[in-house]
Design a protein around this ligand. Sequence first.
Ligand SMILES: Nc1ncnc2c1ncn2[C@@H]1O[C@H](COP(=O)(O)OP(=O)(O)OP(=O)(O)O)[C@@H](O)[C@H]1O
Length: 570
Amino acid sequence: MSSRATASLYHMIWAHYRLPFLKVILLNLVNAAVSVGIIAYINHTFISQPVFNTLSWVSLGYFAALVVMLLVTTFVSQYALTRLGHKFVYELRTKLVKQIIDTSVPQIDHLGSARLLASLSSDIQSITVAFVRMPELVQGIILSVGVALYLGWLSLPLLLIVMFWIAMTIWISTILVKHVYAHLTELRDINDLLYQDYESIIEGRKELALNQHRAEKLYKTDFLTHAKSYENTVVKSDTFHLSAVNWSNIMMFAAIGVVFAVSNYLDIPIAVATTFSLTILFVQSPLLHAVGAYPTLQTAQVALDKIQSLALADYQAEFATDVAVKDWQSISLTDIHYRYENNHSDTPVSGTKNTTHANHILKDVNLTLRRGDVVFLIGANGSGKSTLAKIMTGLFTPTTGSVHIDKQLIDSQNNADYRQLFSAIFSDQHLFKQLIGSHGNDPDMTLVNTWLHKLNLQDKVSVTDHRLSTDKLSQGQRKRLAMLISVAEHKDILLLDEWAADQDPAFRRVFYQTLIPELKALGKTLFIISHDDSYFEHADRLLLMKEGKLIELNAEERQRASADAISMLK
Ligand SMILES: Nc1ncnc2c1ncn2[C@@H]1O[C@H](COP(=O)(O)OP(=O)(O)OP(=O)(O)O)[C@@H](O)[C@H]1O
């Protein structure tokens, strides 16, 4: 493992938890001092006594007191480190979730839920395990240093030889551990692939149930390959880890032989050699646990690197709950171009030259939305309507061009505030069961109950403590429920992306003829993406999106669109 890579985990702990960490180190030092005290006491009182029966009850009493002190200091120091570790993990988890909330929608779309869930579950888990094992590493190191000081005081030459032996042991062990790290990094990448498989299996459950060939292919070709490769890699990783632990374990026993051989050669008293051997046996377990804990720190580092590679937004504690401009009159989109970052197709869009704008989904879009407008946006599939809706709502940032609310430019500083003006219902709407009113207050229940009836949901859904009783509804009913949630939010602008497409003809008529005027009467500005040519007359303005270009239709064109929308879209 590169020391640069590990540095960042330690750096993070040091940067944010310096004081508590120093407290933990201090507690470990006390614990190491008590441990060395016990060894010194055994050496002085038990081993170096000329005759064994000179031992008194008082000496045994002191020894028992030292053992109790060791018990207490070990517990207290480990407890302090464990608490610190879990605090670190809590803060990491809570910050990560807030960062995901604050990260731009295109970046989250790009990462996909599988990668994010892998980080939220397995990366956090890895870091937690590392912290649970960290006391062993810290205590092992501190204890070894404390014990080395005592042994150096007893016999420096013997200590130097023993240290050389242990250093050689650890050096070879580190070479083995490097392989562990390489396999752990590989394992983490395989974990991402496994999460993608889990996602496909859960999200595609209906398609897989209907097509067992696809299920078999997904299971055998993708999932089993990834699961097998995980198994192979984890076995390799564990083998190197076990080899490192066993190598260290056995070489520590061999060190006892070295101690006696060297003592014999250098004429070092047998009592000193015995103390050395006893001490090696005493530190063997903590030292080996420390060596064993090291890979978990490496896994944590891999996890931390993975979290950092998600390129999430910087952490900030606050939520953007202000509104950019309260009494706004217009929103203007000027010279907007938009290109999806992951759309690497070099194929020029038909009829266009391969200029720098060739792959742009939106091309030179200009639009002013006035307060109170009811705007319909029509256009062929894939023409860019939803993309425009996402730019209008501030969910996407235009590749070039600008968005203004009145005279104020929307930029990264005020974009989150600007978005608070909108409620939107997209095709992949997520239904939150908790109703929220304007500015995060409780919803106006009179309004909610009225709209529950208007949306004809009164027999399906009830609202208790501002919570919807269910979201297990048909697709069309779910869209109506989304409308209820939006009405309760009481935002200035409501954006509907083909909302009526899932409604039956009777309710579609209710929507265009009754609900739109009522929403307008509530003071809302409506931006509605629609294919329903028989209702275009209900719009104040009709816009047409054609291959990424936006055109506003005049009276004559609107009549043509209502009569023959298909010819207009072509
Ligand atoms: N996440 C994405 N990554 C890359 N390209 C995308 C992405 N989403 C959409 N596109 C591209 O952008 C184009 C416009 O998509 P958009 O969803 O805006 O169309 P639309 O007019 O709303 O279509 P529809 O009527 O089918 O909903 C599509 O042709 C597609 O090629």
